[in-house]
Design a protein around this ligand. Structure first.
Ligand SMILES: CC/C=C\C=C\CC(=O)SCCNC(=O)CCNC(=O)[C@H](O)C(C)(C)COP(=O)(O)OP(=O)(O)OC[C@H]1O[C@@H](n2cnc3c(N)ncnc32)[C@H](O)[C@@H]1OP(=O)(O)O
Length: 280
């Protein structure tokens, strides 16, 4: 399939229906500046709607980092900090800054909004923005060398791109989140696994990518209607009451259950068949 090329991201298709996105600025430890997070959203919006993609892997290019987070050099010279020091009155500056933060949140949130499941491979330095991004992903796999940190307090900020909103819900442990977010201390793969932030740990980045490919290949064999519905319903359940979630599930499946995928899949276990599914 034809893949658009991007300035800051490599997108490969290593297996049928599987895309692999690499954050591609290894010389700066994959640190993000504004043009990059805008392009990040384009990448994920495009994959979200591609009928040739059913599962996505996200990792960093190079051996040293998933991402060292916000490009602190670029941020100190532009964007929010410049807006904050401009001539406008406080209210006008605040509105500008709020718009900027929300746009940044939406770019990172394109991983969560993506219709396809996203498997994040965390390796090397994974600071700040790495947590904002990976908490949006559906599955997190770590390399044993990963160095994670909710780093924002160390650059004078309360994290505002998603970590403080998503991480407590993800691990279900506010105490631990406060420990790592207030201190910005670096924690490793074993601790991330113990608290349930990552679901697998592998001895190095290569093995973690192999595990992610295996998982992506498995997801890609399943009904895309069922997999995408499962992502949508779990994300909805996280943010709503039990009753709202049950009601939404009923409405969602009133359409989704009519898919031909159910016919193809229902007896496949019993009949020892491997069903195939139309593109979505
Ligand atoms: C509105 C706000 C919205 C979002 C906020 C997001 C918050 C965050 O992401 S907070 C986290 C910010 N990140 C950092 O503070 C990390 C800064 N980097 C470091 O502390 C170190 O680089 C290191 C990660 C500990 C690695 O150190 P070391 O092994 O010694 O490598 P270096 O030589 O320092 O780095 C190699 C190369 O990469 C450049 N670089 C690394 N990190 C960043 C970064 N975050 N921003 C910009 N550039 C970075 C570093 O300058 C080096 O470049 P050279 O050209 O080789 O000098």
């Amino acid at each position: 399939m034809a893949t658009p090329s991007y300035k800051h991201f490599l997108v490969h298709h290593p297996l049928p229906f599987v895309a692999h996105v690499e954050i591609n600025r290894p010389q700066k430890l994959n640190a993000f500046y504004e043009e990059m997070w805008l392009e990040f959203k384009t990448v994920f919006d495009t994959l979200s709607h591609s009928p040739d993609v059913r599962a996505i892997i996200l990792s960093g290019a190079g051996d040293r980092a998933f991402t060292a987070g916000l490009d602190v050099e670029a941020a100190s010279q532009s964007g929010i900090l410049v807006q904050a020091s401009g001539e406008a009155d406080v209210a006008r500056k605040a509105v500008q800054i709020k718009r900027h933060v929300e746009e940044f949140q939406n770019c990172v949130g394109s991983v969560e909004k993506c219709e396809k499941p996203v498997i994040c491979v965390l390796h090397g330095f994974a600071f700040g923005l790495a947590l904002d991004i990976s908490t949006c992903a559906d599955i997190r796999i770590a390399s044993a060398d990963v160095k994670l940190a909710v780093k924002e307090v160390d650059i004078g900020l309360a994290a505002d791109i998603g970590t403080l909103s998503r991480l407590p819900k993800l691990v279900g442990n506010f105490g631990w989140v406060k420990d790592v977010a207030l201190s910005a201390r670096v924690f490793g793969a074993e601790e991330a696994y113990r608290v349930g932030f990552v679901s697998q740990v592998h001895e190095n980045k290569q093995k973690a990518i192999e595990a992610a490919l295996e998982m992506a290949e498995l997801l890609a064999t399943k009904s895309p209607v069922a997999v995408q519905g499962t992502k949508e319903l779990l994300n909805h359940a996280r943010d709503h009451t039990l009753l709202d979630s049950l009601r939404y599930t009923g409405v969602w499946n009133s359409a989704a259950i009519q898919t031909s995928d159910v016919e193809r899949a229902m007896l496949s276990g019993l009949k020892k068949r491997k069903p195939t599914f139309e593109k979505l």
